[in-house]
Design a protein. Sequence first.
Length: 52
Amino acid sequence: MAAVAAEAIASVMGTTLLLAWSGETFALGSTPIWVRNVAASLSLQQPTHIVH
């Protein structure tokens, strides 16, 4: 599974570099977001203590 994630990340990084080198400053795409579940779980975590 890590190899699949590494390949996906490398692909997006390569695309980003090629676009930047060709002068593009903005591009929309339909690339899936691989960290969606992690981001959702981080945003739902509750604080373990309250600082006054």
